[in-house]
Design a protein. Structure first.
Ligand code: PMP
Length: 430
């Protein structure tokens, strides 16, 4: 019996090897390592902005509801119409929101720096003074989060992710006993890379849990809050800022987001939302480093997106660019990997920018190498874990949005072929 199965493996291996050589003879030359919108999507967004700007004549009409010239200094927390819009989108009073520059990641960096240099309201001890400071990293997760806290000298603690969010039993027991744990990274809606949605219970427990560190902070990166993929299905997460308030932990959470994948990646607007006291604390720090952020860009966004309905219909349109790509990737994986379902699994996200595939343990790096040799660059294996180390060598992040459909299909067929070869090599002892 055993011998028979092994013969099948060898037959399958030979078949995939022939296919692989064909891929290599016609190399793909494609990089799908990052979650970037396609050129067609950016072109579409540009056409929307162009139309609105021509109609409005932004440079002649530079005053909004604040009655201040957006082309001049002023308004450190950002223009009120945009704060109100995000307030409506995130179900928060606009006073709890600061609009930043072109990157939410840089706001996260600034807020971490603020805590490292000056501490926060709950403890005046700067985190930088604490040599063995630690940060919780639900994994797999976003590599740039992990890199940032590693760079700032935190010990990174891996917390396993589940389809409901981080393993909360582990989170609660760690934060309860260790005052050196100062924070946790969370991407609560359509997590990067799994596309998981934090359950109501998870959000509630994060808001409620008792922490040994009085100055503990949740870095709530709500990057994909409006990036739904399934028609007429809007997944929602609980409002953590309101829940923290309810449980007398009002200052526990900093929420971040941006329009990087609503308008222009690298040229949108970002935001931070938090308790009133935190917002004041942040402004009192920001005033030493900036007079105001780019209000012309904010105004440009406020002209295009006047109401929540404008954002919703725009995002439905953007979903039309990405939905066929996600569907196509899943269809190819379903067809190609049906025989391999005992050795791997992958997520079927309802939003966000990624699909996460868990191949047989010990096979992800080999898959990456095979793809690379045939001209396809996927996310570096390990990047989705603290210190770039996936202990199981299993997670592969698939970012389907950047290439057009024909290129994407070819590259996912190649990826599937490489996954099969790597698994078969292992099963047949090479
Ligand atoms: N957070 C997450 C979870 C991301 O996937 C990304 C990348 N798109 C970012 C933040 C970066 O956002 P920004 O462009 O606003 O810096």
């Amino acid at each position: 019996m055993k011998k028979e199965i092994k013969m099948d493996f060898i037959k399958e291996y030979k078949k995939e090897k022939i296919r692989y050589e064909e891929f290599k003879n016609d190399p793909i030359k494609l990089d799908i390592s990052r979650g970037k919108p396609s050129k067609k999507q950016v072109d579409y967004v540009a056409s929307v902005f162009k139309k609105a700007e021509i109609e409005f004549d932004l440079y002649s009409n530079r005053t909004g509801i604040d009655k201040q010239d957006v082309g001049n200094y002023g308004l450190l927390p950002g223009i009120t119409e945009l704060r109100q819009l995000f307030g409506e989108l995130l179900d928060l009073p606009y006073e709890n929101i600061i609009i930043g520059g072109n990157s939410s990641l840089s706001l996260m960096y600034d807020i971490l720096s603020l805590n490292l240099m000056f501490g926060n309201m709950q403890s005046k001890t700067p985190w930088y003074n604490l040599e063995n400071r630690k940060f919780l990293c639900p994994s797999p997760g976003y590599d740039r989060h992990f890199m940032m806290t590693e760079y700032f000298g935190f010990e990174l603690i891996t917390i396993p992710m589940t389809p409901q969010g981080p393993d909360m039993d582990m989170v609660e027991s760690l934060v309860k006993s260790d005052p050196m744990i100062k924070g946790i990274w969370c991407t609560p809606l359509y997590s990067n890379p799994d596309g998981y949605v934090y359950s109501d219970e998870t959000v509630e427990r994060l808001a409620k849990m008792s922490t040994a560190a009085s100055d503990f902070r949740i870095f709530w990166d709500n990057a994909y809050f409006t990036h739904h993929l399934v028609p007429n299905k809007v997944n929602k997460i609980k409002n953590i800022i309101k829940l923290c308030e309810k449980y007398n932990n009002a200052d526990r959470v900093y929420q971040f987001s941006s329009t990087s994948k609503i308008s222009f990646p690298g040229a949108g607007v970002s935001l931070i939302a938090s308790s009133k006291a935190n917002i004041e604390h942040i402004q009192n720090n920001f005033k030493y480093r900036i007079i105001c952020y780019d209000k012309i860009n904010m105004f440009r966004h406020a002209i295009v997106f006047r109401t929540k309905a404008d954002v919703d219909s725009h995002m439905e349109k953007l979903a039309e660019f990405n939905r066929p790509k996600f569907n196509s990737v899943l269809e190819i994986l379903d067809n190609e990997l049906a025989e391999f379902k005992n050795y791997l699994h992958y997520t079927r996200p309802e939003g966000g920018y990624f699909i996460s595939l868990y191949t047989m343990e010990g096979c992800a790096k080999r898959t990456y190498q095979l793809c690379k040799e045939a001209g396809l660059v996927i996310t570096t294996v390990g990047d989705t874990y603290p210190y770039g180390k996936d202990a199981k060598d299993s997670n592969i992040r698939i970012a389907p949005t950047f290439p057009e459909l024909d290129e994407l299909n070819k590259s996912i067929s190649l990826l599937a072929c490489c996954i099969k070869i790597a698994i078969l090599e292992k099963l047949t002892d090479n």
